[in-house]
Design a protein around this ligand. Structure first.
Ligand code: HEM
Ligand code: HEM
Length: 197
């Protein structure tokens, strides 16, 4: 499979970014909710340290992914999609990119405001972004919390949309984001359409 995106399918690099970040997001929710159930102690702090390291990894990958996307336009959307569906797809993807930055940044700022160090798997420590400030901590904590609900809701919508494309519309939108799938020419032709935004 080519590393760059084609007019009809995502390339290997975009797919790798997509699935790696998707797996990390699932990991982030799992670690956060496991930690949430624990009393303050070594075990909880260890889970949160892991959460912070994976979260900062998401930030680094999101920067690389956005740079790659700016140089590599994604494939066109299928011709059969309505203007509303196109706008929804675009809005969802923009919201994802915003949240892939906003979640780690609010987490990092929140930890800085409490003067809790943010290490990257014990390899190095990220600098504090702001000075210790209890009211900033509370605000950032609520923002991180609120944004996680938005991310969760958008992810549910996104997965339902991907399944609708595959099982209802029977177009190649899901298949072209999957590695190791050979798309047949008829489906690729059907997917050729006006340039996406
Ligand atoms: C994509 C990245 C991230 C996602 C999806 C994410 C998601 C979450 C979620 C769902 C929670 C639980 C919220 C709740 O208490 O109900 C949480 C809590 C937390 N996150 Fe993140 N997070 C991310 C990145 C980060 C980063 C980079 C840091 C710090 C550097 C961080 C620090 C924290 C901390 C300290 C808590 C516990 C807050 C508390 O005391 O309740 N997060 N995160
Ligand atoms: C929470 C985890 C996920 C995140 C953050 C995420 C994020 C994204 C983003 C930002 C795009 C746009 C890619 C671009 O053009 O730059 C995208 C595309 C896509 N995602 Fe996800 N995704 C997630 C999970 C999933 C899952 C679980 C599925 C499958 C059920 C999926 C299926 C797709 C498909 C098929 C596309 C291509 C859509 C198109 O061609 O317009 N994603 N995803």
């Amino acid at each position: 499979m080519p590393s760059r995106d084609l007019p009809t399918r995502y390339g290997a690099v975009a797919q790798t970014f997509h699935w790696l970040i998707a797996a990390l997001i699932v990991t982030q929710f799992t670690l956060a909710y496991l930690a949430d159930d624990l009393p303050l102690g070594v075990h909880k702090l260890a889970l949160l340290a892991r959460h912070k390291s994976f979260g900062m990894t998401v930030l680094m990958l999101a920067i690389l992914r956005l740079l790659w996307r700016l140089k590599n336009p994604p494939p066109s959307l299928p011709a059969g999609m309505t203007p509303l569906e196109r706008s929804l797809a675009r809005a969802t993807h923009i919201a994802f990119y915003v949240l892939l930055f906003a979640m780690p940044l609010t987490g990092w700022l929140m930890s800085s405001a409490k003067n809790y160090s943010v290490s990257w798997f014990g390899v190095f420590t990220w600098p504090n972004l702001i000075a210790k400030n209890e009211s900033a901590f509370n605000l950032l904590r609520s923002t991180h919390h609120l944004l996680s609900y938005a991310l969760f809701a958008i992810a549910v919508l996104h997965v339902l949309a991907a399944l609708k494309h595959h099982f209802w519309d029977k177009d190649p939108v899901l298949l072209r984001m999957l590695p190791f799938v050979k798309l047949d020419e008829a489906k690729l032709d059907a997917a050729k359409s006006e340039k996406r935004l």
